[in-house]
Write a new protein. Structure first.
Length: 101
């Protein structure tokens, strides 16, 4: 299982816009065949700070996700709303165990 934690800091004027754009990306992403989980988290202490928790079966599924129209639309739509560049940190998921076969 391949997991990415994407840290996003959004400028205050675009928090609601970011949430709407991310909801559309989330709804399409969870329908992708290689997606295992796609959580959108918002900090209660700083409403402009988000973490996207993405879990995929394998690296090919991540690459395919980045070629989808919904991802590209999200990426381009939210780019100017960032207080700083988003940061994706990859992890290898250990538990729960996942059978890739």
């Amino acid at each position: 299982m391949h997991v990415t934690l994407v840290h996003v800091h959004v400028v205050p004027d675009h928090i609601d816009d970011f949430i709407a754009a991310t909801q559309a990306n989330h709804a399409a992403s969870i329908r992708e065949p290689g997606n295992l989980r796609f959580d959108v988290l918002q900090s209660p202490e700083d409403p402009g700070y988000f973490v996207l928790y993405e879990a995929w079966r394998d690296a090919q599924d991540i690459a395919a996700h980045k070629e989808t129209g919904h991802y590209k639309t999200w990426r381009d739509t939210v780019a100017d709303w960032m207080a700083e560049p988003r940061q994706g940190i990859p992890y290898t998921g250990l538990y729960p165990e996942f059978d890739a076969s």
